[in-house]
Write a protein that binds this ligand. Structure first.
Ligand code: SF4
Length: 435
């Protein structure tokens, strides 16, 4: 039997080699995974031309995955530096890399990624169109927007963010219902501006069926972009966001009719108390399609620390159904992240993802914590370093403030509760004062 996409295979009862690999990583049976994929509740972004891909699945019943945004910009043109960041991100455990390049020979960089990088590769064709055509935004034609989508598919990208939910109707609602921070999605603001200047319908919405045919041909997973994601907590859950989400729900159904795999993109900035409800609404409206959240950042006031505001929101979102976290770095809202920012963003996202996996009861998630706690009880520092999310930092911190006694740390010294409890339970005398 033949198939077009992973979803098409799943619906025909075929277990692909990608499903087998992903099921093994997740600790579930290939048949269970196949059923989730047939229903659209899990996806394996895997362009047929991305030959070196190490596949991963995305779905709320699977381990929470993280994405790392990288790529060149006008102010940061160093391709080698971006490739170095890609390699570091993969080594640190990022399952997905989004190439958001907006300067230079973007195609060369993109092709290098799909030829050499084993992570899932995602792109946003809107950004690339603006670079590729070298002309004013309003002069880009409907056909040219679409051609870029096809070019990215041919270049082997596994998923594409397409800002298709902001059609004329959504744009009208957005203008009628004022927001504090308008549209903060880069792609959303570009396509909104193009629609305003040309008076034309969003080309991705108008020619959605054509895009679906391209996605089906190459097995590109559609990541339905949220142009109206809230850019501040004051805009969270407003009419524009919900109107667009309803449109994305309809577009999900149409994609599934053509066996195209779908991810839905979500907030954004959102107060902690709104996140659970937002995840439930998405799951209902989009019939369980995996939710890919950009944060959510739970407060607006911490530039320099937004990897933390996003990790708090990401953990809550993922524990209530989101399955894919876009990392946020300390550089968010301030500048393009450097290597250290990328590292801190990845670690923060991975902590959020892991915390959610424990809360959701994902198979084997808490085994890691059990092993760490066992090492802690034994005061086995080498094992604690090995098991740390960031072994280098853990080792460095201990080395920077060496304790007098090797079997404690400089936090409590002789008062080390772990050491003293181990000793007293083994029948030893614990003096503390003169030890
Ligand atoms: S000294 Fe204190 S912080 Fe350090 S290992 Fe012992 S109990 Fe933990």
């Amino acid at each position: 039997m033949t198939y077009t996409t992973q979803m098409h295979a799943a619906r025909q009862g075929i277990i692909t080699k990608e499903m087998e690999l992903v099921a093994e990583k997740e600790g579930i049976s290939p048949e269970e995974l196949r059923q989730y994929m047939a229903e659209g509740k899990a996806v394996i972004p895997a362009n047929k031309l991305h030959k070196c891909l190490n596949p991963n699945g995305v779905g709320s019943m699977l381990k929470t995955k993280i994405n790392v945004n990288l790529g060149t910009s006008r102010d940061w043109k160093d391709v080698d530096m971006e490739l170095q960041k890609v390699q570091s991100a993969v080594e640190m455990g990022a399952e997905s890399i989004m190439d958001l390049s907006s300067y230079g020979d973007t195609r060369k960089f993109r092709r290098k990624l799909t030829q050499e990088c084993p992570a899932i590769i995602g792109t946003v064709p809107i950004y690339d169109a603006v670079v590729y055509y070298h002309k004013p935004l309003k002069d880009i034609t409907t056909q040219e927007w679409l051609d870029i989508v096809e070019m990215h598919a041919k270049d082997g990208v596994d998923f594409m963010t397409i800002h298709v939910g902001i059609n004329k109707s959504t744009a009208c609602r957005f203008k009628e219902n004022k927001r504090l921070t308008n549209i903060v999605s880069r792609g959303g603001s570009i396509i909104f501006a193009w629609m305003e200047m040309t008076g034309l319908e969003n080309p991705f919405y108008e020619h959605y069926d054509w895009i679906l045919d391209i996605c089906q041909k190459y097995d590109v997973t559609l990541s339905l972009g949220d142009a109206c994601r809230p850019g501040c907590i004051a805009d969270a859950g407003d009419i524009s966001q919900i109107e667009e989400l309803v449109t994305l729900g309809e577009l999900t159904r149409r994609a599934w009719e053509k066996n195209v795999q779908v991810i839905i993109e979500g907030p954004g900035h959102m107060p902690l108390n709104q996140i659970e409800a937002n995840m439930k609404i998405q799951q209902t409206v989009c019939q369980g399609a995996p939710f890919y959240v950009l944060g959510p950042l739970v407060t607006d006031i911490a530039p320099g620390y937004d990897h933390i505001t996003a990790a708090i929101g990401g953990a809550v979102a993922a524990s209530h159904g989101a399955s894919f976290l876009c990392y946020v770095t300390p550089a968010e809202h301030l500048r393009l992240p450097d290597e250290q920012d990328v590292k801190e963003g990845i670690i923060a996202s991975k902590i959020a993802a892991h915390a959610a996996d424990i809360a959701k009861g994902i198979h084997g998630a808490s085994d890691w914590d059990y092993a760490m706690s066992t090492a802690r009880k034994r005061l086995d520092w080498e094992e604690m370093f090995r098991l740390s999310m960031d072994p280098e930092k853990a080792r460095r911190y201990r080395a920077e403030a060496k304790p007098e006694k090797e079997d404690t740390c400089s936090m409590c010294g002789n008062f080390c509760a772990v050491k003293n409890m181990n000793r007293i339970l083994e029948g030893e005398i614990v003096s503390i004062y003169d030890e």
